[in-house]
Design a binder for this molecule. Sequence first.
Ligand code: ADP
Length: 545
Amino acid sequence: MFGLMQDRPLLISSLIEHAATFHPATEIVSRLPEGPVHRCTWGEMRGQSKRVANALQSLGVAAGDRVGTLAWNSWRHLALYFGVSGSGAILHTVNPRLFPEQIDYIVNHAEDKVLFFDITFAPLVEKLAPRMKTVTAFIAMTDRAHMPAIDVPNLLCFEDLLAEQSDAYTWPEFDERTASSLCYTSGTTGNPKGVLYSHRSTMLHTLMELAPDTFGASSRETIMLIVPMFHANAWGMPYAAAMVGTKLVLPGPHLDGKSVYELMRDERVTFSSGVPTVWMMLFQYVDANPGLNPKELGIRRVGIGGAAVSRAMLERFENQFGAEVVQGWGMTETSPIGVISKLLPKHDKLSGEELVKIKLKQGRGVWGVDLKIVDEAGKALPWDGVAFGHLLVRGPWICSGYFKGEGGSVLDAEGYFPTGDVATIDPDGYLQLVDRAKDVIKSGGEWISSIDVENVAMGHPAVAEAAIIGVAHPKWQERPLLLVIKRAGQEVTREALLDYLGGRIAKWWLPDDVVFVSELPHTATGKLLKTKLREQYRDYPLPTA
Ligand code: ADP
Protein backbone atom coordinates (compact mmCIF):
# COMPACT_ATOMS: atom_id res chain seq x y z
CA MET A 1 0.00 0.00 0.00
CA PHE A 2 1.38 3.43 -0.92
CA GLY A 3 1.02 6.41 1.37
CA LEU A 4 -1.45 9.11 0.50
CA MET A 5 0.90 12.07 0.53
CA GLN A 6 1.36 14.40 -2.43
CA ASP A 7 4.00 13.21 -4.83
CA ARG A 8 5.55 16.61 -5.59
CA PRO A 9 8.87 16.27 -7.40
CA LEU A 10 11.99 17.67 -5.67
CA LEU A 11 13.11 20.30 -8.20
CA ILE A 12 15.83 22.94 -8.05
CA SER A 13 13.40 25.60 -9.35
CA SER A 14 11.56 25.37 -6.02
CA LEU A 15 14.64 26.79 -4.29
CA ILE A 16 14.73 30.07 -6.16
CA GLU A 17 10.93 30.35 -5.86
CA HIS A 18 11.20 29.94 -2.10
CA ALA A 19 14.09 32.40 -1.71
CA ALA A 20 12.34 35.04 -3.83
CA THR A 21 9.01 34.61 -2.06
CA PHE A 22 10.19 34.52 1.53
CA HIS A 23 13.50 36.41 1.40
CA PRO A 24 12.97 38.85 -1.49
CA ALA A 25 15.09 41.66 -0.05
CA THR A 26 18.05 39.60 1.15
CA GLU A 27 21.19 40.50 -0.72
CA ILE A 28 23.51 38.65 -3.07
CA VAL A 29 26.81 40.54 -3.23
CA SER A 30 29.27 39.75 -6.03
CA ARG A 31 32.74 41.03 -6.74
CA LEU A 32 32.77 40.89 -10.49
CA PRO A 33 35.71 39.88 -12.70
CA GLU A 34 35.45 43.44 -14.09
CA GLY A 35 36.32 44.74 -10.60
CA PRO A 36 33.35 46.44 -8.92
CA VAL A 37 31.00 45.04 -6.31
CA HIS A 38 27.50 44.23 -7.61
CA ARG A 39 24.41 43.93 -5.42
CA CYS A 40 21.08 42.28 -6.10
CA THR A 41 18.45 40.43 -4.06
CA TRP A 42 16.89 36.98 -4.04
CA GLY A 43 13.76 38.62 -5.43
CA GLU A 44 15.72 39.96 -8.41
CA MET A 45 17.60 36.68 -8.77
CA ARG A 46 14.33 34.90 -9.58
CA GLY A 47 13.70 37.36 -12.42
CA GLN A 48 17.24 36.90 -13.76
CA SER A 49 16.98 33.11 -13.55
CA LYS A 50 13.75 33.22 -15.52
CA ARG A 51 15.38 35.48 -18.11
CA VAL A 52 18.14 32.86 -18.41
CA ALA A 53 15.49 30.18 -19.00
CA ASN A 54 13.85 32.29 -21.72
CA ALA A 55 17.24 33.08 -23.27
CA LEU A 56 18.09 29.38 -23.45
CA GLN A 57 14.85 28.76 -25.29
CA SER A 58 15.71 31.51 -27.77
CA LEU A 59 19.11 29.86 -28.33
CA GLY A 60 17.48 26.52 -29.09
CA VAL A 61 18.58 24.82 -25.86
CA ALA A 62 16.12 22.05 -25.02
CA ALA A 63 15.55 19.95 -21.90
CA GLY A 64 18.48 17.60 -21.35
CA ASP A 65 20.92 19.74 -23.37
CA ARG A 66 24.18 20.61 -21.67
CA VAL A 67 25.00 24.26 -20.99
CA GLY A 68 28.67 24.87 -20.27
CA THR A 69 30.04 27.54 -17.91
CA LEU A 70 33.61 28.72 -17.45
CA ALA A 71 32.95 31.10 -14.62
CA TRP A 72 33.80 32.39 -11.17
CA ASN A 73 31.39 32.83 -8.29
CA SER A 74 29.04 35.69 -9.14
CA TRP A 75 25.35 36.57 -9.47
CA ARG A 76 25.56 35.71 -13.17
CA HIS A 77 26.76 32.18 -12.46
CA LEU A 78 24.06 31.89 -9.79
CA ALA A 79 21.36 32.90 -12.29
CA LEU A 80 22.65 30.10 -14.54
CA TYR A 81 22.52 27.64 -11.63
CA PHE A 82 18.79 28.21 -11.25
CA GLY A 83 17.86 29.19 -14.82
CA VAL A 84 19.59 26.29 -16.58
CA SER A 85 18.66 23.46 -14.18
CA GLY A 86 15.24 24.96 -13.48
CA SER A 87 14.38 24.90 -17.18
CA GLY A 88 15.26 21.20 -17.46
CA ALA A 89 18.64 21.68 -19.17
CA ILE A 90 21.88 20.50 -17.54
CA LEU A 91 24.37 22.96 -16.06
CA HIS A 92 27.88 21.82 -16.93
CA THR A 93 30.34 23.74 -14.75
CA VAL A 94 33.76 23.50 -16.36
CA ASN A 95 36.80 23.94 -14.12
CA PRO A 96 38.86 26.66 -15.83
CA ARG A 97 41.96 25.59 -13.91
CA LEU A 98 42.16 22.35 -15.90
CA PHE A 99 44.68 22.11 -18.71
CA PRO A 100 43.28 23.63 -21.95
CA GLU A 101 43.33 20.22 -23.66
CA GLN A 102 41.24 18.78 -20.79
CA ILE A 103 38.77 21.66 -21.15
CA ASP A 104 38.11 21.04 -24.79
CA TYR A 105 37.99 17.29 -24.13
CA ILE A 106 35.21 17.69 -21.56
CA VAL A 107 33.23 20.30 -23.50
CA ASN A 108 33.23 17.91 -26.46
CA HIS A 109 32.54 14.88 -24.28
CA ALA A 110 29.61 16.63 -22.61
CA GLU A 111 28.47 17.94 -26.02
CA ASP A 112 27.75 21.38 -24.60
CA LYS A 113 25.26 23.24 -26.76
CA VAL A 114 26.23 26.74 -25.62
CA LEU A 115 29.06 28.05 -23.45
CA PHE A 116 28.83 30.92 -20.95
CA PHE A 117 32.19 32.38 -19.89
CA ASP A 118 33.61 35.14 -17.69
CA ILE A 119 35.75 37.68 -19.53
CA THR A 120 38.82 36.44 -17.62
CA PHE A 121 38.63 33.38 -19.84
CA ALA A 122 38.10 35.19 -23.15
CA PRO A 123 41.63 34.38 -24.48
CA LEU A 124 41.18 30.73 -23.51
CA VAL A 125 37.78 30.56 -25.21
CA GLU A 126 39.15 32.17 -28.34
CA LYS A 127 41.91 29.57 -28.48
CA LEU A 128 39.63 26.58 -27.83
CA ALA A 129 36.49 27.64 -29.74
CA PRO A 130 37.52 26.06 -33.07
CA ARG A 131 37.85 22.71 -31.30
CA MET A 132 34.51 22.92 -29.47
CA LYS A 133 32.47 21.12 -32.09
CA THR A 134 29.03 21.14 -30.49
CA VAL A 135 28.92 24.70 -29.15
CA THR A 136 26.56 26.91 -31.20
CA ALA A 137 26.89 30.14 -29.18
CA PHE A 138 29.51 31.66 -26.86
CA ILE A 139 28.08 34.05 -24.29
CA ALA A 140 30.45 36.47 -22.54
CA MET A 141 29.19 36.97 -18.97
CA THR A 142 29.50 40.75 -18.90
CA ASP A 143 27.84 43.96 -20.06
CA ARG A 144 28.17 45.67 -23.44
CA ALA A 145 30.96 47.99 -22.22
CA HIS A 146 33.24 45.10 -21.24
CA MET A 147 32.70 42.79 -24.21
CA PRO A 148 36.01 41.11 -25.10
CA ALA A 149 37.35 41.70 -28.59
CA ILE A 150 37.82 38.07 -29.56
CA ASP A 151 37.21 36.16 -32.71
CA VAL A 152 34.71 33.39 -31.95
CA PRO A 153 31.58 32.49 -33.90
CA ASN A 154 28.24 33.67 -32.53
CA LEU A 155 29.63 35.72 -29.64
CA LEU A 156 26.85 37.15 -27.45
CA CYS A 157 26.70 39.52 -24.48
CA PHE A 158 25.12 38.06 -21.31
CA GLU A 159 23.54 41.23 -19.99
CA ASP A 160 22.15 42.21 -23.42
CA LEU A 161 20.81 38.71 -23.88
CA LEU A 162 19.02 38.82 -20.52
CA ALA A 163 17.74 42.37 -21.05
CA GLU A 164 15.96 41.21 -24.22
CA GLN A 165 14.08 38.52 -22.31
CA SER A 166 10.93 38.61 -20.24
CA ASP A 167 11.12 37.64 -16.57
CA ALA A 168 7.84 35.78 -16.95
CA TYR A 169 8.44 32.04 -17.15
CA THR A 170 6.71 29.04 -15.62
CA TRP A 171 9.18 26.44 -14.38
CA PRO A 172 8.41 23.09 -15.98
CA GLU A 173 7.60 20.09 -13.80
CA PHE A 174 9.35 16.82 -14.50
CA ASP A 175 10.66 13.68 -12.85
CA GLU A 176 12.94 14.58 -9.92
CA ARG A 177 15.48 12.02 -11.13
CA THR A 178 16.15 14.22 -14.19
CA ALA A 179 19.79 15.29 -14.55
CA SER A 180 20.41 18.82 -13.26
CA SER A 181 24.15 19.44 -13.39
CA LEU A 182 27.37 17.89 -14.55
CA CYS A 183 30.86 18.21 -13.10
CA TYR A 184 34.03 16.44 -14.25
CA THR A 185 36.59 15.14 -11.77
CA SER A 186 39.99 16.70 -12.29
CA GLY A 187 41.46 13.38 -13.37
CA THR A 188 45.06 13.39 -12.17
CA THR A 189 45.42 10.19 -14.21
CA GLY A 190 43.55 9.59 -17.47
CA ASN A 191 40.77 11.75 -18.85
CA PRO A 192 38.39 13.58 -16.51
CA LYS A 193 35.12 11.72 -15.91
CA GLY A 194 31.68 13.33 -15.65
CA VAL A 195 29.54 13.13 -12.51
CA LEU A 196 25.90 13.75 -13.40
CA TYR A 197 23.77 15.03 -10.51
CA SER A 198 19.97 14.90 -10.46
CA HIS A 199 17.37 17.29 -9.04
CA ARG A 200 16.53 14.69 -6.42
CA SER A 201 20.15 14.08 -5.36
CA THR A 202 20.77 17.81 -5.18
CA MET A 203 17.69 18.54 -3.08
CA LEU A 204 18.35 15.73 -0.60
CA HIS A 205 21.99 16.80 -0.29
CA THR A 206 20.84 20.38 0.34
CA LEU A 207 18.50 19.35 3.14
CA MET A 208 21.23 17.30 4.80
CA GLU A 209 23.73 20.13 4.48
CA LEU A 210 21.49 22.55 6.37
CA ALA A 211 21.04 20.39 9.45
CA PRO A 212 22.59 21.80 12.64
CA ASP A 213 25.01 18.88 12.89
CA THR A 214 26.36 19.61 9.42
CA PHE A 215 26.82 23.18 8.13
CA GLY A 216 23.67 24.38 9.86
CA ALA A 217 23.21 27.65 7.96
CA SER A 218 20.09 29.76 8.48
CA SER A 219 18.62 33.02 7.17
CA ARG A 220 20.48 34.82 9.98
CA GLU A 221 23.79 33.99 8.38
CA THR A 222 25.94 35.70 5.75
CA ILE A 223 27.72 33.08 3.68
CA MET A 224 30.77 33.80 1.58
CA LEU A 225 31.39 31.12 -1.01
CA ILE A 226 35.09 30.81 -1.60
CA VAL A 227 34.83 27.26 -2.90
CA PRO A 228 34.32 27.74 -6.64
CA MET A 229 30.95 27.19 -8.26
CA PHE A 230 32.80 25.06 -10.83
CA HIS A 231 33.90 22.59 -8.14
CA ALA A 232 31.22 20.07 -7.11
CA ASN A 233 28.48 22.75 -7.21
CA ALA A 234 30.41 24.80 -4.65
CA TRP A 235 29.71 21.99 -2.18
CA GLY A 236 25.99 22.55 -2.75
CA MET A 237 26.08 25.87 -0.91
CA PRO A 238 24.30 27.96 -3.60
CA TYR A 239 21.27 25.68 -3.27
CA ALA A 240 21.47 25.67 0.54
CA ALA A 241 21.68 29.47 0.62
CA ALA A 242 18.49 29.71 -1.45
CA MET A 243 16.66 27.12 0.65
CA VAL A 244 17.07 29.25 3.77
CA GLY A 245 17.48 32.68 2.16
CA THR A 246 20.87 33.64 3.51
CA LYS A 247 22.76 36.70 2.38
CA LEU A 248 25.32 35.38 -0.09
CA VAL A 249 28.73 36.89 -0.85
CA LEU A 250 30.48 35.82 -4.05
CA PRO A 251 34.13 36.88 -4.44
CA GLY A 252 34.58 36.25 -8.18
CA PRO A 253 38.21 35.70 -9.14
CA HIS A 254 39.45 37.89 -6.27
CA LEU A 255 40.73 35.12 -4.01
CA ASP A 256 43.98 36.69 -2.81
CA GLY A 257 44.25 37.16 0.96
CA LYS A 258 43.66 40.91 0.89
CA SER A 259 40.51 40.76 -1.23
CA VAL A 260 39.03 37.90 0.78
CA TYR A 261 39.81 39.63 4.08
CA GLU A 262 38.29 42.96 3.02
CA LEU A 263 35.15 41.45 1.51
CA MET A 264 34.61 39.35 4.63
CA ARG A 265 35.00 42.42 6.83
CA ASP A 266 32.87 44.76 4.69
CA GLU A 267 29.96 42.34 4.26
CA ARG A 268 30.04 40.99 7.85
CA VAL A 269 30.44 37.38 6.73
CA THR A 270 29.62 34.83 9.42
CA PHE A 271 30.30 31.58 7.56
CA SER A 272 32.63 30.75 4.71
CA SER A 273 33.86 27.62 3.00
CA GLY A 274 36.95 26.77 1.00
CA VAL A 275 39.89 24.40 0.53
CA PRO A 276 43.00 24.75 2.75
CA THR A 277 45.09 26.44 0.03
CA VAL A 278 42.86 29.56 -0.05
CA TRP A 279 42.95 29.81 3.73
CA MET A 280 46.74 29.67 3.57
CA MET A 281 46.64 32.73 1.29
CA LEU A 282 44.47 34.50 3.86
CA PHE A 283 46.94 33.60 6.62
CA GLN A 284 49.85 34.89 4.55
CA TYR A 285 48.08 38.23 4.19
CA VAL A 286 47.44 38.40 7.94
CA ASP A 287 51.11 37.52 8.62
CA ALA A 288 52.26 40.28 6.32
CA ASN A 289 50.02 42.83 8.07
CA PRO A 290 50.58 42.44 11.80
CA GLY A 291 48.37 45.42 12.54
CA LEU A 292 45.24 43.46 11.55
CA ASN A 293 42.99 41.86 14.12
CA PRO A 294 41.14 39.01 12.37
CA LYS A 295 38.60 38.89 15.23
CA GLU A 296 37.19 42.15 13.83
CA LEU A 297 35.83 40.06 10.94
CA GLY A 298 33.22 38.47 13.18
CA ILE A 299 33.41 35.21 11.24
CA ARG A 300 31.88 32.44 13.34
CA ARG A 301 32.50 29.27 11.32
CA VAL A 302 34.65 28.11 8.42
CA GLY A 303 33.88 25.00 6.40
CA ILE A 304 37.03 23.30 5.14
CA GLY A 305 37.35 20.26 2.90
CA GLY A 306 39.02 18.93 -0.22
CA ALA A 307 42.23 18.30 1.72
CA ALA A 308 43.00 17.68 5.38
CA VAL A 309 42.79 20.47 7.95
CA SER A 310 46.12 20.73 9.75
CA ARG A 311 46.31 21.34 13.47
CA ALA A 312 48.00 24.67 12.76
CA MET A 313 45.05 25.77 10.61
CA LEU A 314 42.49 24.62 13.16
CA GLU A 315 44.20 26.44 16.02
CA ARG A 316 44.77 29.59 14.00
CA PHE A 317 41.11 29.90 13.09
CA GLU A 318 40.07 29.22 16.68
CA ASN A 319 42.57 31.49 18.41
CA GLN A 320 43.30 34.27 15.96
CA PHE A 321 39.92 34.54 14.18
CA GLY A 322 37.63 33.26 16.93
CA ALA A 323 36.02 30.91 14.39
CA GLU A 324 34.91 27.29 14.67
CA VAL A 325 36.31 24.96 12.00
CA VAL A 326 33.84 22.54 10.42
CA GLN A 327 35.78 20.00 8.43
CA GLY A 328 34.11 17.85 5.80
CA TRP A 329 35.27 14.98 3.67
CA GLY A 330 33.82 14.31 0.25
CA MET A 331 34.47 14.21 -3.45
CA THR A 332 32.91 15.32 -6.72
CA GLU A 333 31.32 11.85 -6.88
CA THR A 334 29.59 12.38 -3.50
CA SER A 335 27.90 15.76 -4.27
CA PRO A 336 30.31 16.31 -2.35
CA ILE A 337 29.44 15.76 1.32
CA GLY A 338 30.20 12.37 2.81
CA VAL A 339 31.07 13.17 6.42
CA ILE A 340 31.14 16.35 8.53
CA SER A 341 33.04 16.96 11.75
CA LYS A 342 30.91 18.18 14.61
CA LEU A 343 31.39 17.34 18.26
CA LEU A 344 29.05 15.13 20.26
CA PRO A 345 27.70 16.09 23.71
CA LYS A 346 30.10 13.66 25.36
CA HIS A 347 33.05 15.68 24.02
CA ASP A 348 32.07 18.74 26.05
CA LYS A 349 34.10 17.52 28.99
CA LEU A 350 37.24 17.04 26.90
CA SER A 351 39.99 19.59 26.46
CA GLY A 352 43.54 19.92 25.16
CA GLU A 353 45.05 17.10 23.14
CA GLU A 354 42.04 14.78 23.45
CA LEU A 355 39.73 17.37 21.96
CA VAL A 356 42.12 18.38 19.17
CA LYS A 357 42.48 14.72 18.17
CA ILE A 358 38.74 14.47 17.55
CA LYS A 359 38.48 17.85 15.84
CA LEU A 360 41.14 16.84 13.32
CA LYS A 361 39.19 13.78 12.18
CA GLN A 362 37.41 14.36 8.87
CA GLY A 363 33.99 13.86 10.46
CA ARG A 364 31.04 11.60 11.19
CA GLY A 365 28.64 10.05 8.78
CA VAL A 366 25.61 12.20 7.95
CA TRP A 367 22.14 10.81 7.38
CA GLY A 368 21.97 9.38 3.86
CA VAL A 369 25.56 8.20 3.52
CA ASP A 370 26.47 4.60 4.37
CA LEU A 371 30.18 4.04 4.98
CA LYS A 372 32.38 0.97 5.02
CA ILE A 373 36.09 0.27 5.15
CA VAL A 374 37.43 -2.97 3.68
CA ASP A 375 40.76 -4.79 3.39
CA GLU A 376 42.47 -5.78 0.13
CA ALA A 377 40.16 -8.81 -0.19
CA GLY A 378 37.04 -6.65 0.19
CA LYS A 379 36.30 -7.87 3.74
CA ALA A 380 34.70 -5.28 6.03
CA LEU A 381 37.00 -3.96 8.78
CA PRO A 382 35.96 -3.02 12.33
CA TRP A 383 35.11 0.54 13.37
CA ASP A 384 37.72 0.71 16.11
CA GLY A 385 39.60 3.82 15.00
CA VAL A 386 42.69 1.67 14.35
CA ALA A 387 42.02 -0.69 11.45
CA PHE A 388 42.38 1.14 8.16
CA GLY A 389 41.21 0.12 4.74
CA HIS A 390 39.67 1.24 1.47
CA LEU A 391 36.71 3.55 2.00
CA LEU A 392 33.43 2.88 0.17
CA VAL A 393 30.22 4.92 0.33
CA ARG A 394 26.58 4.51 -0.69
CA GLY A 395 23.61 6.86 -0.70
CA PRO A 396 21.11 8.92 -2.69
CA TRP A 397 23.68 11.62 -3.56
CA ILE A 398 26.57 9.26 -4.36
CA CYS A 399 27.22 8.63 -8.06
CA SER A 400 26.26 5.26 -9.52
CA GLY A 401 28.58 5.55 -12.52
CA TYR A 402 30.16 8.18 -14.78
CA PHE A 403 28.60 10.10 -17.65
CA LYS A 404 28.35 8.04 -20.84
CA GLY A 405 29.51 4.96 -18.94
CA GLU A 406 33.18 6.01 -18.79
CA GLY A 407 35.13 3.75 -16.48
CA GLY A 408 32.51 0.98 -16.72
CA SER A 409 30.53 -0.18 -13.71
CA VAL A 410 32.08 1.20 -10.56
CA LEU A 411 29.93 -0.06 -7.67
CA ASP A 412 30.62 -3.17 -5.60
CA ALA A 413 28.08 -6.00 -5.14
CA GLU A 414 26.35 -4.09 -2.31
CA GLY A 415 26.07 -0.91 -4.37
CA TYR A 416 28.95 0.94 -2.66
CA PHE A 417 31.20 3.37 -4.55
CA PRO A 418 34.96 2.93 -4.01
CA THR A 419 36.42 6.33 -3.12
CA GLY A 420 40.11 5.59 -3.68
CA ASP A 421 40.74 6.81 -0.13
CA VAL A 422 42.09 4.85 2.82
CA ALA A 423 40.53 5.58 6.20
CA THR A 424 39.81 4.48 9.75
CA ILE A 425 36.39 4.80 11.40
CA ASP A 426 36.13 4.96 15.20
CA PRO A 427 33.35 3.53 17.41
CA ASP A 428 31.50 6.90 17.31
CA GLY A 429 31.49 6.83 13.51
CA TYR A 430 34.22 9.46 13.03
CA LEU A 431 36.12 8.87 9.85
CA GLN A 432 39.79 9.70 9.68
CA LEU A 433 41.48 9.81 6.33
CA VAL A 434 44.82 8.02 6.25
CA ASP A 435 45.60 8.87 2.66
CA ARG A 436 44.56 8.57 -0.93
CA ALA A 437 45.34 4.92 -1.76
CA LYS A 438 47.82 6.03 -4.38
CA ASP A 439 49.63 8.51 -2.09
CA VAL A 440 50.14 6.23 0.89
CA ILE A 441 53.83 5.42 1.46
CA LYS A 442 54.59 1.71 1.63
CA SER A 443 57.60 1.22 3.86
CA GLY A 444 58.73 -2.30 4.74
CA GLY A 445 55.24 -3.75 4.28
CA GLU A 446 53.64 -1.08 6.51
CA TRP A 447 51.83 2.10 5.48
CA ILE A 448 52.81 5.63 6.36
CA SER A 449 50.06 8.25 6.21
CA SER A 450 51.39 11.25 4.31
CA ILE A 451 48.45 13.32 5.62
CA ASP A 452 49.48 12.73 9.24
CA VAL A 453 53.12 13.62 8.70
CA GLU A 454 52.20 16.72 6.65
CA ASN A 455 49.87 17.87 9.42
CA VAL A 456 52.56 17.60 12.04
CA ALA A 457 55.15 19.33 9.84
CA MET A 458 52.75 22.20 9.22
CA GLY A 459 52.59 22.75 12.96
CA HIS A 460 56.18 24.01 12.96
CA PRO A 461 56.11 27.82 13.11
CA ALA A 462 58.53 28.17 10.18
CA VAL A 463 56.56 25.92 7.82
CA ALA A 464 54.04 27.47 5.41
CA GLU A 465 53.25 24.28 3.49
CA ALA A 466 54.54 20.71 3.54
CA ALA A 467 54.25 17.66 1.29
CA ILE A 468 55.37 14.10 1.92
CA ILE A 469 55.99 11.66 -0.90
CA GLY A 470 57.35 8.15 -1.09
CA VAL A 471 60.71 7.72 -2.85
CA ALA A 472 62.02 4.29 -3.90
CA HIS A 473 64.35 2.70 -1.35
CA PRO A 474 66.46 -0.44 -1.92
CA LYS A 475 65.67 -1.96 1.47
CA TRP A 476 62.28 -0.58 2.51
CA GLN A 477 60.57 -0.34 -0.92
CA GLU A 478 59.66 3.33 -0.22
CA ARG A 479 60.71 5.93 2.31
CA PRO A 480 59.20 9.35 2.98
CA LEU A 481 60.76 12.55 1.66
CA LEU A 482 59.55 15.86 3.13
CA LEU A 483 59.23 18.92 0.89
CA VAL A 484 58.76 22.22 2.70
CA ILE A 485 57.95 25.83 1.86
CA LYS A 486 59.23 28.11 4.61
CA ARG A 487 57.05 30.88 6.00
CA ALA A 488 58.16 34.34 4.86
CA GLY A 489 60.87 35.72 7.13
CA GLN A 490 61.30 32.42 9.06
CA GLU A 491 64.29 30.08 9.16
CA VAL A 492 64.58 26.41 10.05
CA THR A 493 67.19 23.75 9.27
CA ARG A 494 66.71 20.17 8.11
CA GLU A 495 67.95 18.90 11.50
CA ALA A 496 65.69 21.19 13.53
CA LEU A 497 62.67 20.10 11.51
CA LEU A 498 63.46 16.41 11.86
CA ASP A 499 63.96 16.93 15.61
CA TYR A 500 60.57 18.61 15.82
CA LEU A 501 58.89 15.73 13.97
CA GLY A 502 60.85 13.15 15.96
CA GLY A 503 59.02 13.95 19.15
CA ARG A 504 55.61 13.84 17.49
CA ILE A 505 55.39 10.85 15.13
CA ALA A 506 56.44 7.19 15.15
CA LYS A 507 60.18 6.83 14.58
CA TRP A 508 59.83 4.80 11.41
CA TRP A 509 57.51 7.49 9.92
CA LEU A 510 60.28 10.08 10.16
CA PRO A 511 61.20 11.41 6.69
CA ASP A 512 64.59 10.24 5.44
CA ASP A 513 65.35 13.70 4.14
CA VAL A 514 64.00 17.25 3.85
CA VAL A 515 64.09 19.47 0.77
CA PHE A 516 63.26 23.19 1.02
CA VAL A 517 61.36 24.43 -2.04
CA SER A 518 59.88 27.76 -3.09
CA GLU A 519 56.62 26.30 -4.39
CA LEU A 520 54.60 23.10 -4.51
CA PRO A 521 52.38 22.06 -7.44
CA HIS A 522 48.61 21.90 -6.89
CA THR A 523 45.76 20.30 -8.84
CA ALA A 524 42.94 22.28 -10.40
CA THR A 525 40.99 21.83 -7.17
CA GLY A 526 43.75 22.99 -4.84
CA LYS A 527 45.26 19.67 -3.72
CA LEU A 528 48.96 18.88 -3.64
CA LEU A 529 49.80 17.34 -7.01
CA LYS A 530 51.60 14.26 -5.71
CA THR A 531 51.89 12.55 -9.10
CA LYS A 532 54.01 15.44 -10.32
CA LEU A 533 56.12 15.52 -7.15
CA ARG A 534 56.73 11.77 -7.32
CA GLU A 535 57.85 12.12 -10.92
CA GLN A 536 60.08 15.08 -10.09
CA TYR A 537 61.79 13.34 -7.16
CA ARG A 538 61.76 9.80 -8.56
CA ASP A 539 65.56 9.56 -8.60
CA TYR A 540 66.14 11.62 -5.47
CA PRO A 541 69.18 10.16 -3.65
CA LEU A 542 67.97 9.46 -0.11
CA PRO A 543 70.85 9.62 2.39
CA THR A 544 69.64 6.31 3.86
CA ALA A 545 69.68 4.41 0.56
P1 ADP B 1 39.24 16.10 -7.56
O1 ADP B 1 38.39 16.52 -8.68
O2 ADP B 1 40.54 16.83 -7.38
O3 ADP B 1 39.35 14.62 -7.38
P2 ADP B 1 37.50 16.09 -5.33
O4 ADP B 1 37.02 17.23 -4.54
O5 ADP B 1 36.53 15.19 -5.93
O6 ADP B 1 38.44 16.71 -6.38
O7 ADP B 1 38.56 15.28 -4.46
C1 ADP B 1 38.12 14.34 -3.55
C2 ADP B 1 39.28 13.87 -2.69
O8 ADP B 1 39.78 14.91 -1.89
C3 ADP B 1 38.90 12.80 -1.71
O9 ADP B 1 38.84 11.54 -2.33
C4 ADP B 1 40.00 12.91 -0.68
O10 ADP B 1 41.16 12.20 -1.07
C5 ADP B 1 40.31 14.39 -0.68
N1 ADP B 1 39.65 15.04 0.45
C6 ADP B 1 38.44 15.64 0.46
N2 ADP B 1 38.15 16.14 1.67
C7 ADP B 1 39.20 15.85 2.47
C8 ADP B 1 39.53 16.10 3.85
N3 ADP B 1 38.71 16.77 4.65
N4 ADP B 1 40.70 15.62 4.30
C9 ADP B 1 41.56 14.96 3.50
N5 ADP B 1 41.32 14.71 2.21
C10 ADP B 1 40.16 15.14 1.69
